[in-house]
Design a binder for this molecule. Structure first.
Ligand SMILES: C[S@@+](CC[C@H](N)C(=O)[O-])C[C@H]1O[C@@H](n2cnc3c(N)ncnc32)[C@H](O)[C@@H]1O
Length: 275
């Protein structure tokens, strides 16, 4: 699958609410942001930033807490998402780059970040977009552009039950195919927690630890609203797929609320450091 096809995917999605789809409890994003602020970064990258919602929330919280705001840059693959991010962050002195985390180059081939540039890099709910065989390459790139002692903070899936991971992957592929996101359906890789830590170590990160575990709570109603709002047939097909996930149901990972049905998936906020 070529990278251009992934680009089309997130161009197709357009405006959507990532955190609404994922159904995080209210303390999850603030835990990430507070950890970033307590690190007092002067230079920061919101990587695979989508529409820039995390960068914006971070800067606002720095201000609220009276901590000097860092110089923030964003990297995002999709031109459409990058434009949304630029508009969202227009009031801030923020540079938004459209490019690829695996090469750290813009789509025009321009190298984006020098070695030892950032005190902190954050990725929210995006490392699963990168295929398994490219995972270490991604973390190696992050390590390269972090300053020595710099912090990588990742919020993402971190499965401990392999069968649950496999059924969630099936549901994600089902949603992607219904939404026309064929690049994502082919590329995505949902990590086991141990595997993730191993990839980070292989890339050279140290002092890897969990700040918080939480659940993704992804409901048919919220997926339908964000990805195929006018298509009842697709909505019903996704809902049926969730409802018939046997392992998830037998292990308490399916939640029914009124007429809506959701699946839960293990997530973690993880920090790791460049030696
Ligand atoms: C699930 S979204 C999350 C976006 C954002 N972090 C958030 O939480 O709202 C994943 C994002 O990763 C971006 N992405 C996927 N592959 C990428 C790559 N190779 N380089 C940079 N960004 C990429 C996608 O375009 C998409 O916007």
């Amino acid at each position: 699958m070529s990278s251009i096809e992934i680009l089309k995917d997130y161009d197709v999605v357009g405006n959507y609410s990532q955190d609404e789809v994922n159904g995080f409890s209210h303390d999850v994003i603030p835990t990430l942001i507070n950890a970033v602020i307590d690190f007092y970064p002067k230079t920061m990258l919101d990587c695979m930033a989508g529409d820039g919602n995390l960068g914006q929330r971070c800067l606002e919280t720095f201000l609220e807490r009276g901590v000097p705001t860092p110089e923030l840059q964003l990297l995002e693959f999709s031109r459409v998402q990058s434009e949304i991010a630029k508009a969202r962050l227009a009031a801030w002195d923020t540079q938004v780059w459209t490019g690829d985390v695996l090469s750290m180059k813009s789509h025009d081939g321009e190298p984006l970040f020098a070695e030892n540039t950032f005190d902190c890099i954050m990725i929210k709910s995006a490392n699963h977009e990168i295929p398994r065989e490219s995972q270490v390459q991604m973390y190696s790139q992050l390590l390269r552009i972090l300053k020595p002692g710099g912090m990588f903070i990742n919020l993402g899936f971190a499965f401990e039950d392999e069968n649950a991971r496999d059924e969630v992957r099936h549901l994600a592929q089902c949603k992607d195919s219904l939404a026309g996101l064929h690049g994502a359906a082919a590329n995505r890789y949902f990590l086991m927690k141990d595997e993730f830590y191993g990839f980070l170590r292989n890339a050279g990160f140290t002092n890897i630890r969990s700040l918080k575990t939480f659940n993704y709570n992804i409901s048919a109603d919220r997926v339908g609203k964000n990805y195929f709002p006018t298509d009842r047939v697709k909505y019903q097909a996704f809902k049926n797929a969730v409802a018939s996930s046997t392992h998830l149901r037998e292990n308490g990972f399916i939640e029914t609320k009124g007429s809506d049905v959701a699946f839960l998936a293990r997530g973690e906020i993880t920090i790791a450091f460049k030696p």
